[in-house]
Design a protein around this ligand. Structure first.
Ligand code: SF4
Length: 439
């Protein structure tokens, strides 16, 4: 009898990619494959690529080499955003057998035949306009929390961004299907669901294959909060102009939504926000932060910011720095601007030299550490609920409070994937927070 085939996955990029890898992995399981770790011997290696990652091309080649080292005869397939944007480039990489675009990635098991290697990477790509249908997905079993995809694609035109070119127009899962998936996840014992997508604040658009909004993100939050059995719901990232005050109020009163908001800002300068074609000015962003802190003073607010965008003079950078320094936010995700093919910004003048970009990135990461420390200090002495992760990290178990404070405790396997009431006591030298159990 033929031994069951083995498949291994490597996922780059965002939570959405992780949720889609998990769904693709379930398709392989249904076809009789066993999933193994990427470091192990497999018959096929699937790489779910990202187009935002710095040096995506170098990263991809390294990962292919890694797979080939473990099993030179293995079949190597590439899917994801980078595969959609640069299919021929990926197919030309030594060892790659298959490259699938946005419309084909979920049908990968139809393309693998007998897993014999191809002389040259076979490409099944598409025009991104064809990727106008929605495929649901959620991650399970990979981590303590599940990433639930509720929306895909984006209709915005931010001048630095390739995502609409890689993922297509904004479209959403049906409310019914989201609620069903959420229920399914909670019935598998997962305590926390993270809502993910490309522009989830635009939820509802394209739910029934048209441009209309049958439901809104507010409806989605309200309906999900009613689903019994789900202990925690976390909003992954939401555009400031789509984070309505009603949604903030609903989260503050909700049963399961946690007080943690990740809201991309990109720049504190209105001049640059215009050049980026973002759909808000800094005043609106400030209003959102003030509103959140008004109704949830203990809420955690994370901010995406880009440094080194064309036209970012020293004055404009300082404007962003001071703006963030004054804002009551909790941490930053700092992205160093890098030119992307086929984006409007790639042809902008006033290019910022790479060394200046790196210097500014360092400054903002320093500010982020300061903000996170101040936020953690503000939580010492408060009572919180911790969801414990699933790994033994050098004799410690880690976890996150509902408002995204990272804690640690001596390793205890009974705590795995449980939620406990705690009192936060102090910040350790490594920046993680210690606590006493309350129950
Ligand atoms: S909102 Fe802007 S940055 Fe975000 S995915 Fe859409 S185009 Fe890209």
């Amino acid at each position: 009898m033929n031994a069951r085939k083995k498949v291994a996955f490597c996922t780059l990029g965002c939570k959405l990619n992780f949720s889609e890898t998990s769904t693709i992995a379930r398709n392989f399981r249904d076809e009789g494959f066993d999933r193994v770790d990427f470091k192990e011997q497999a018959d096929i290696y699937v790489i779910n690529t990202c187009s935002v990652t710095e040096n995506a091309d170098k990263r991809f080649k390294t990962i292919v080499k890694q797979a080939q080292k473990v099993n030179p005869d293995a079949f190597v397939a590439a899917v994801g955003c980078y595969a959609q944007l640069k299919p021929k480039e990926l197919a030309a990489v030594d060892g790659v057998d298959l490259v699938l675009g946005a419309t084909e990635k979920f049908k990968i098991t139809d393309y693998i035949n007998d897993l014999s290697k191809n002389d040259f990477g076979e490409v099944h790509s598409c025009e991104i306009e064809d990727a106008d249908f929605y495929v649901g997905s959620y991650s399970i079993g990979d981590r303590t929390r599940a990433f639930l995809k509720v929306q895909d694609g984006c209709d915005y035109k931010c001048t630095y961004c390739t995502i609409p070119l890689a993922r297509g127009i904004s479209r959403s899962d049906t409310m019914q299907s989201v609620l069903r998936n959420a229920k399914e996840i909670s019935e598998k014992g997962i305590k926390e669901i993270v809502l993910t997508g490309v522009n989830i604040g635009d939820y509802g658009k394209g739910e029934f294959g048209n441009k209309k909004h049958e439901h809104t993100f507010l409806d989605l939050v309200s309906e999900l909060d009613k689903v019994e059995g789900i202990e925690r719901l976390r909003i992954s990232s939401i555009e400031p102009n789509l984070l309505k005050n009603e949604t903030i109020d609903l989260v503050s009163k909700s049963r399961a939504f946690v007080p943690h908001f990740h809201v991309p800002l990109q720049s504190g300068s209105d001049t640059l926000l215009k050049k980026m074609k973002r759909r808000y000015m800094s005043e609106l962003y400030t209003d959102r932060v003030l509103k959140i802190k008004e109704v949830m003073p203990h809420a955690c607010i994370g901010v995406d910011v880009i440094v080194g965008f064309p036209g970012e003079t020293d004055e404009i950078f300082l404007e962003t720095y001071n703006y963030l320094n004054e804002l009551d936010i909790s941490y930053l995700h700092v992205f160093t601007y890098s030119e992307r093919d086929n984006t409007e910004a790639a042809s902008f003048n006033d290019v910022v030299p790479k060394n200046i970009r790196a210097k500014r990135s360092k400054m903002l990461r320093g500010l982020s550490a300061k903000k996170r420390r101040a936020f953690y200090e503000s939580q010492i002495g408060t009572e919180r609920e911790v969801l414990f992760e699933s790994e033994n990290k050098e004799g410690y178990i880690h976890g996150f409070t509902e408002n995204y404070v990272k804690v640690k405790s001596p390793w205890n396997p009974e705590l795995l994937n449980t939620i406990s009431k705690v009192n936060l006591t102090k910040i350790d030298d490594d920046g993680l927070v210690r606590f006493n159990f309350l129950d």
